[in-house]
Design a protein. Structure first.
Length: 384
């Protein structure tokens, strides 16, 4: 009997929750202690390397944490759960590991005013019983809005509680899930990413770019002007900053919703998806297009395609970023010497076919992806 293939993954389910006043106070204290321990450990490691050329390990910082708790000035660290403090030291160790492997930049200090505050609890620091989650140092379970159900029989291994700049509380529950692969299909598609059109498919379909940031630009400007008028350090400035963060959160949520739906749809309908390896970091240096490129969020879309393809038994192929997809005729392979960005249609001198710029690029990307599948990675079509 034929059975559908499955993949076992560690998957995080994120939910909104609404803490009581006591829970909010306890979590705020925990966030502050986590930030303090992370910054002090980062300072110790940086100083040891600059002055003594000595690397400080996770075990060293863990021993320092014990000393900090015993000191008079930092005795308050013992009032919160010890698990999030140890976890932040593990995160710092992972950050340095990635830095020395040249996979990331040097770790940065955590800011109280900027970014998301978070704390991670392992299994020894929370209780999961009958669908209720209770964290250490708390008497009542969290009031979680279960927007979707956890996998049947799943038991959380890690819980991460966070508060974003907009003041929203989230809990991310990490569980081991079994994901069934999607039924196999024969369709393949090439995707050309753009600014005016978010994605053009090799089938000729064009997905418009919602431009969420542009639609909210006026509201964002009003909120930022109101923030600029507030006195620094005042309560009104904190409230105005929260309003600005809410606008940004609204933009990010809408953008992620569109990208999730598009990536899921492409992988459900196609066995293979071919995209370009775009150098987004360099493209953002273009002052005229940087805002539109950042709003399109191509890197996030590509990341979604890759991890969803791995989960669902699909294939995502990335073609070389220097492949001239727009200038190559998808019918005869003729390559133009130049093609200005303003030219949205062009006629091939070799075969006389009139091409839509984006559709032709998507078809050429699909052809290059098929060449990669047949001949191996790194294969590029001839320039002539």
């Amino acid at each position: 009997m034929w059975t559908m293939a499955t993949t076992v993954v560690k998957r995080a389910y994120r939910y909104r929750f609404y803490p009581t006043a006591e829970q909010a106070a306890e979590l705020s204290r925990t966030f502050g202690c986590v930030r303090l321990v992370y910054n002090k450990a980062l300072e110790v490691r940086g100083t040891a390397w600059c002055q003594q050329q000595r690397r400080v390990s996770y075990a060293d910082t863990s021993a320092l944490l014990t000393q900090w708790k015993r000191s008079e000035d930092l005795a308050f660290l013992g009032a919160v759960s010890s698990v999030p403090l140890q976890q932040c030291l593990r995160h710092l160790q992972a950050a340095f590991t990635n830095f020395f492997a040249k996979h990331a930049q040097y770790p940065k200090f955590k800011s109280r005013k900027r970014g998301k505050a978070s704390a991670e609890y392992t299994r020894s620091a929370f209780r999961w019983r009958d669908g209720h989650l209770t964290l250490a140092k708390m008497a009542e379970p969290l009031d979680i809005r279960w927007s979707r159900a956890l996998p049947e029989g799943a038991r959380p291994s890690t819980v991460t509680v966070s508060r974003d700049p907009a003041g929203r509380w989230h809990v991310s529950i990490l569980v081991e899930a079994v994901i069934q692969h999607l039924p196999a299909v024969t369709a393949e598609v090439g995707v050309d990413l753009g600014v005016t059109v978010l994605a053009t498919l090799s089938t000729g379909e064009k997905i418009p770019n919602p431009r969420h940031e542009k639609r909210e630009r006026a509201r964002l400007a009003r909120a930022q002007r109101a923030l600029a008028r507030k006195t620094r350090g005042s309560r009104n400035r904190v409230k105005a900053a929260c309003k600005v963060a809410r606008v940004y959160a609204r933009i990010a949520d809408r953008r992620q919703d569109v990208l999730h739906k598009l990536s899921t749809r492409l992988l459900r309908e196609n066995q293979t998806v071919v995209i370009e390896d775009l150098s987004v970091r360099n493209m953002l240096k273009n002052r005229s297009l940087a805002r539109c490129i950042a709003d399109a969020s191509w890197s996030e879309f590509r990341s979604m395609l890759h991890y969803k393809a791995e989960w669902n038994g699909r294939t995502v192929i990335t073609v070389d970023r220097w492949f001239p997809s727009s200038k190559t005729c998808s019918d005869c392979g003729h390559l133009l010497d130049q093609l200005p960005l303003s030219a949205r249609e062009w006629t091939c001198p070799g075969c006389g076919v009139v091409h839509d710029r984006e559709v032709n690029a998507a078809v050429s990307i699909l052809a290059a992806g098929r060449a990669v599948m047949a001949c191996g990675d790194g294969v590029r079509p001839s320039r002539r």
